[in-house]
Design a protein around this ligand. Structure first.
Ligand SMILES: *Cc1c(COP(=O)(O)O)cnc(C)c1O
Length: 484
């Protein structure tokens, strides 16, 4: 196993490029760059050959797990296969070589794509307008909360709180705090749905809105969503949908029909952009007609057949991202939407739901299901039975790595003890799901027969168990050099 840093291959004078003979008068670096801008100490760039560079990074790319390598059932994160045509088109120089500050008459094609993606997202959700600017789901949430803030301010409402179920993603309360409100936690029922009585007891005139994930983080559709939105609207609150997991609803339910006023979508989950490791992503938000005027600037407008950018929106919350957001991610979304069309998108969700339910049915005899309700695109188990036999959910997750698969999301949602949250996504075949099921059942058996193999896993990965907290806080980039 290669464990050197690129510097480990470096040798004075080794070359990775072959330049033609210079046919112009040669100049030294000091002729070209003023002395005060030059480094005092030469930088320590590695001197390596081209094959060494290629092999080094190819090997590195397979040390970590990724969706092109094998199954990646990380619940809530939607690690679906990303069609390579997205990358091919997004890498086209006609897109990569334009500058966002170019005059709009030279970027009509790109503006048209922004405009059309917005329209497609409106069709999918039923919202009246979208902004594509937010760079991630959490950023979309913050933008949405800023709009909620501005809406209430414009009406002179005195609002303080946003209600959030206890099953919510951690970004929800964080965005609410950043946006200037206090989050109030609403309990879940035994089945994992919003506890309406608890909601009623916490509802008052100071409630600015409700932030709901639907299907929720247990993968369950909140069937009381219309009653919830009626309650929230009765105090002039706004309904915000965390639509990061739209993978379950495409072509099946529109967010507008559930009473939502604002919704975000995660382009890097539902609409296929590779993600993880920090971006880039896309977290567009859609709003109903009366909130449109608060959207961030600029918006793309179409006049006759011309597209242009409109900055003059006096009620806008302002700018939340440079230029128009992560254009490249929006472009991949466009390709994905155009490739699948209306029927294709509906099939995405149907297959995502079937796959999750297949896993649930095949595993539920050995693993405790978290809710008796039929889930949508993901299924949640509790590892309590396995814990009684001596192996925690963390051990099961680590053992999966030995079998070449990524672990599901673990210990989330927080309301399920020893949670295992599995999202297979629609792109996996039955054969892959069967292989995963077989491995999960095998691990369950190993816990009875051979528990040390599970407790000491993983053994087949470049590193076994790390002290993860220390590893992230005291990152040691020279680790491999010292140990190679
Ligand atoms: C992923 C996710 C988010 C946050 O999205 P980011 O793009 O990671 O900021 C919010 N809510 C839910 C339910 C999610 O799954």
């Amino acid at each position: 196993m290669q464990r050197k840093l690129i510097f480990g291959y470096s040798k004075e004078g080794k070359m990775g490029t072959t330049l033609p003979k210079c046919d112009v008068p040669q100049k030294t670096i000091t002729d070209l760059i003023p002395q005060n801008l030059l480094r005092e100490i030469p930088n320590n760039l590695p001197q390596v050959s081209e094959p060494e560079v290629v092999r080094h990074y190819t090997n590195l790319s397979t040390l970590n797990h990724h969706v092109d390598k094998d199954f990646y059932p990380l619940g809530s994160c939607t690690m679906k296969y990303n069609p390579k045509i997205n990358e091919a088109i997004a890498g086209n120089s006609q897109f990569t070589e334009i500058h966002p500050a170019q005059l709009s008459d030279t970027t009509q094609g790109s503006l048209k794509i922004l405009y059309e993606v917005e329209k497609y997202l409106c069709a999918i959700t039923g919202m009246n307008a979208f902004t594509l600017h937010p760079a991630a789901g959490a950023h979309g949430e913050l933008t949405g909360v800023m709009i909620i803030h501005k809406y209430h301010k414009s009406k002179g409402n005195k609002k303080k709180y946003i209600l959030i179920p206890d099953s919510a993603h951690g970004t929800n309360p964080a965005s609410v705090m950043l946006g200037g409100f206090k989050p109030i936690k609403i309990k879940s029922t035994e089945e994992g749905l919003v506890d309406i009585e608890d909601l009623k007891s916490k509802l008052n005139d100071e409630v600015a809105g409700f932030m709901l994930t639907n299907p929720n983080t247990l993968g369950i559709f909140e069937e009381n969503v219309l009653e919830i939105s009626k309650l929230i609207h009765s105090v002039d609150g706004l309904m915000y949908m965390d639509g990061a997991n739209m993978n379950a609803l495409l072509g099946i339910v529109k967010t507008i029909n559930m009473g939502f006023d604002i919704t975000h979508l995660n382009l890097h989950k539902t609409f296929s952009t590779p993600h993880g490791g920090g971006g880039p992503g896309g977290g567009p938000i859609g709003v109903i007609e009366r909130l449109k005027k608060f959207l961030p600037v600029p918006i793309v407008v179409k006049e006759n057949d011309d597209y242009k950018l409109e900055y003059n929106l006096p009620d806008s919350i302002g700018k939340i991202h440079s230029y128009f957001g992560n254009f490249n991610v929006i472009l991949k979304t466009y390709v994905y939407l155009r490739m699948l069309g209306e029927n294709g998108l509906k099939n995405v969700s149907k297959n995502a739901i079937i796959n999750a339910n297949y896993l649930r049915e095949c595993l539920k005899d050995k693993f405790q299901i978290a809710s008796p309700r039929i889930p949508m695109h993901e299924c949640v188990f509790s590892g309590d039975k396995q814990k009684e036999k001596g192996a925690k959910t963390l051990d099961i997750a680590k053992r999966l790595l030995d079998y070449g698969m990524h672990a599901p999301t673990i210990y989330f949602p927080l309301i399920v003890s020893e949670a295992l949250m599995i999202e297979p996504t629609e792109t996996e075949s039955k054969e892959t799901l069967d292989r995963f099921i077989e491995i999960m059942l095998k691990i369950d058996k190993e816990i009875e027969d051979n528990i040390d193999d599970v407790k000491n896993a993983p053994q087949s990965t470049p590193n076994s168990r790390l002290d993860e907290a220390t590893a992230s806080r005291n990152l040691d980039v020279n680790y491999f050099l010292k140990n190679s």
